[in-house]
Write a protein that binds this ligand. Structure first.
Ligand code: SF4
Ligand code: SF4
Length: 502
């Protein structure tokens, strides 16, 4: 599908969206208005020119796109009319503009990052063993309040749809609530990743008031297992309280557990606890960066077994309750694993990314869902999202080493970085992924059939190979690569012969 779309659909799509991506003096951005009229408010009054353009160009184009991508119109209308409608709208505008700017790509590239993970501070009240930010008490230069507001303004102008505040512990920053409210009032979906220990009932209420849509609280085990890892006695109880406080306020709450050598036994127990409490669960893929060392990493087999258990749990939830978003993983291989299991069990369900699942009731639709999954495409580093450091440095992903920054929000224009940075373009092009040869066998993401739905974790590739296009050695398909690295042998990386690239 991708190649065909790229050649024919790509050119036509670019042209048509180009015609709709215009500012009308009276009504504002045509593309956005057309989306509103088709999905939110058919009665929306537009000027004669916009009305005609919508009738003859906008409406048929969206109808064709729905058919091509097998997107359900009612489903989309529901999303756009929901309380998160504004951020959905921003995301869809960005995807459509991405087609105009960069053509139809597999996986797709929006015109601006859909999500920015903003590590708001280096400060943290806990001492987790694997912290990617190496956070703690040490004072390092961070954006001040005015600079942070400027950063947010840039994100708003760039049409960023979602913002995830992280850290360090974002709640230790005094201006957190003000920034969260500004982001919410700008129409962004706002989430926060927290250790939960500072979330009293009052704080949970305030999170809700300022418009935080989703809270992700990290827990690494039950009781002492968590305390030991976090380096603070009593942390588990305080975190648990934070989770319960968020749930009591009716906030969409998710428990996040990073799977490393020391807590594999704990992960399903935490997932069970999440179930019991009525929270969602997400497994965070361990990546050796910051304070996290390679010694703490798990083997590809351990990861595969873990993903299998989580995929089964998620599928069970989907079959029993129709909810395919209760148990997820940030490991890009989760899509592949779920696909394998669902096919084996004859369940029509597919996880396109770690953000949610797709399902269908017909074989033909299922095929199209898989194509859509290729379009959405697994690892989103530098393609769907960017990370922002407390000092304003921009990274392709929060798990990338800090010396691989692609810009700084105070010194660079966010959209220019997005459109022009070479590293970001490398990360968006799955044809550039590399492989190795071990015993005459070609192994690696570059030669993997699942590279469009997965692409491997690029941050792990950097951690083990210093090369963002190297194979992800954490995947079961690359088990031999991991074994050779364990033996201290780093096979030469080979480029995959390019089919198409930017
Ligand atoms: S080899 Fe790479 S692209 Fe293929 S499934 Fe594994 S991590 Fe994903
Ligand atoms: S590099 Fe990709 S897969 Fe890895 S953590 Fe970042 S976004 Fe996720």
């Amino acid at each position: 599908m991708g190649k065909l779309l790229n050649s024919v659909g790509g050119k036509v799509g670019k042209l048509i969206i180009g015609l709709m991506d215009k500012e009308c003096e009276k009504d504002g951005l045509m593309l956005e208005n057309f989306l509103r009229k088709r999905y939110i408010d058919p009665e929306l009054e537009l000027c004669d020119k916009c009305d005609l353009t919508f009738k003859f160009l906008g409406n048929p184009t969206f109808a064709a796109a729905e058919k091509l991508l097998k997107v359900d119109r009612d489903w989309l209308s529901g999303r756009l009319r929901s309380e998160y409608g504004e951020s959905w709208l921003r995301g869809i505008v960005s995807i459509a503009k991405g087609v105009k700017e960069f053509g139809v790509r597999e996986p797709f590239v929006p015109a601006s990052p859909i999500l920015i993970v903003w590590n708001l501070t280096y400060q943290c009240n806990l001492r987790c063993k694997h912290c990617y930010e190496n956070a703690g008490l040490a004072r390092k230069a961070e954006l001040n309040e005015e600079e942070a507001r400027y950063a947010l303004e840039q994100m708003k102008e760039a049409n960023v749809a979602a913002i995830a505040f992280s850290g360090g512990e974002p709640l230790v920053r005094k201006d957190f609530f003000e920034l969260a409210k500004l982001a919410h009032d700008s129409g962004m979906y706002v989430s926060i990743a927290s250790n939960g220990t500072l979330i009293s009932r009052k704080v949970a209420k305030k999170l809700k008031e300022v418009g935080v849509d989703y809270v992700e609280i990290s827990l690494d085990g039950i009781g002492k297992a968590h305390d030991e890892f976090r380096g603070i006695p009593g942390a588990f109880e305080r975190t648990l309280k934070g989770i319960k406080n968020c749930l009591a306020e009716g906030i969409d709450t998710c428990i996040a557990t990073t799977g490393w050598k020391g807590n594999l036994e704990e992960i399903l127990k935490v997932a069970e606890l999440a179930d019991k409490l009525g929270a969602r669960f997400i497994h965070f893929n361990y990546i050796p960066v910051g304070r996290g060392t390679k010694e703490l990493d798990i083997t590809p087999r351990e990861r595969e077994e873990l993903l299998e258990e989580l995929a089964l749990k998620n599928l069970r939830n989907y079959v029993e309750n129709g909810r395919g978003d209760r148990v997820l993983s940030t490991a890009p291989q989760f899509g592949r694993k779920t696909k394998e299991i669902a096919e084996k069990l004859g369940i029509e369900y597919f996880v396109a990314t770690h953000y949610g699942g797709l399902s269908s009731s017909s074989e033909e639709k299922m095929k199209s869902i898989k194509s859509t999954a290729n379009f959405i495409g697994g690892c989103g580093a530098g393609r769907l999202y960017l990370a922002l450091e407390p000092n304003g440095d921009i990274l392709p992903c929060t798990f990338f080493p800090r010396n691989m920054k692609v810009g700084n929000i105070l010194e660079d224009d966010l959209i220019e970085v997005w459109e022009e940075n070479e590293l970001l373009w490398d990360l968006r092009d799955r044809e550039k992924l590399k492989y190795v040869e071990i015993g005459g066998e070609k192994i690696g993401c570059g030669v993997c059939e699942n590279k469009y739905i997965c692409g491997g974790c690029r941050a792990r590739a950097v951690a083990y190979f210093d090369d963002p296009l190297a194979p992800d050695p954490g995947c079961i398909k690359n088990e031999k690569i991991f074994a050779s690295l364990e033996e201290g042998v780093r096979a030469s990386l080979l480029p995959t012969p390019s089919i198409r690239s930017r």
